[in-house]
Design a protein around this ligand. Structure first.
Ligand SMILES: Nc1nc2c(ncn2[C@@H]2O[C@H](COP(=O)(O)OP(=O)(O)OP(=O)(O)O)[C@@H](O)[C@H]2O)c(=O)[nH]1
Ligand SMILES: [Zn+2]
Length: 289
């Protein structure tokens, strides 16, 4: 028996990288019976002779994303451009929330800082200084931050996310020549009339680690089924300030709220807090019906 990582799945075949070799395997019938589909990123026990074999077992997943379908991601690199296209704050907030929801570590990369003469991106960096996510500032044109990016990717499994044109492919190309992401824009594919399901593939990095070949989060699953009381768990910076008077405080209109106190003292970003309140209102609306 060997252990490896599923790096690709095509037509019922899975490609498992054991670190020494890549094996083409099928899943045993028990997976169908138990309605488990092996995912790219899964750690699998395999039984092989020569180059082919069977997947015997899948190890428990640390996390799982739906689009692209991928398991055990260490981190998501959220790439936004400082300018052109300008940072879409509400999209950034949604991405942060979604990554928190699927429990994946977040790194925010602000690219194209060469275009931002007034350094407007600093407002975003300031907002992010209140959350436990790291920030990398880059420019592919001026080769800024590339070593830092490489260090962050080394020996990790990373999914890139971010709006079209932010520079994901340009950045990856500096990490490793020839590495290009398949486009993540589903609407483009539909326009061309090719309704292909997106199968993620993991690509080995020369520096160690892997990246998914297709950007994540192009469509965000709705978070409608979250309970209002649980929404605050997706805002990790609130946690150390929840010394509120009421144990079930939603940090909205309640008196003596620790989160609101932290907001006034500047430990919690106003933008983040307002986003939280807007989502809370939405969730309460949904519940009313
Ligand atoms: N000025 C400047 N332009 C950049 C930088 N990085 C990328 N670009 C340009 O921005 C454009 C988009 O870059 P891509 O790497 O294709 O962006 P992407 O995020 O992969 O886009 P999609 O494939 O559509 O998701 C290209 O014309 C790049 O040359 C940068 O740091 N500075
Ligand atoms: Zn409170």
């Amino acid at each position: 028996m060997k252990i490896g990582v599923i790096t690709k799945g095509i037509g019922g075949f899975y490609y498992i990288d054991t670190g020494e070799d890549v094996y083409e395997c099928r899943a045993r019938g028990k997976f169908r019976l138990e309605k488990i589909t092996p995912l790219v990123g899964d750690i699998a026990d395999i039984e092989v002779d020569d180059r082919q074999g069977y997947i015997l077992n899948i190890h428990p997943r640390t996390n799982e994303m739906i689009r692209p379908a991928i398991a055990n991601v260490d981190q998501v690199m959220m790439v936004f451009a400082a300018k052109s296209p300008d940072i879409n704050m509400s999209l950034l907030q949604k991405f942060l929330l979604y990554a928190e929801y699927v429990r994946i570590k977040i790194i925010v990369c602000i690219n194209k800082i060469d275009l931002d003469e007034n350094q407007d991106y600093k407002a975003v960096v300031e907002m992010l200084s209140t959350v436990p996510y790291s920030v990398i500032l880059t420019s592919t044109k001026q080769q800024i931050g590339i070593e830092e990016l490489k260090a962050a990717l080394k020996n990790k499994t990373t999914v890139f996310a971010g709006p079209s044109g932010a520079g994901k492919s340009s950045l990856l190309n500096l990490v490793q020549t020839g590495l290009v992401l398949k486009t993540g824009d589903l609407s483009k594919k539909i326009d061309r009339g090719t309704h292909t399901t997106r199968h993620a593939e993991l690509i080995n990095l020369e520096i160690g680690g892997r990246v998914a070949d297709t950007p994540g989060f192009t469509s965000l699953e709705l978070l409608n089924n979250i309970e209002a009381e649980k929404l605050q768990l997706l805002f990790p910076e609130f946690e150390q300030h929840t010394n509120c008077k009421f144990s079930r405080c939603l940090h909205d209109t309640e008196p003596q709220c620790g989160v609101k106190a932290a907001l006034h003292e500047g430990y919690i970003s106003k933008i983040r807090y307002e986003y939280y309140i807007s989502l809370l209102k939405e969730l309460k609306e949904i519940r009313r019906y």
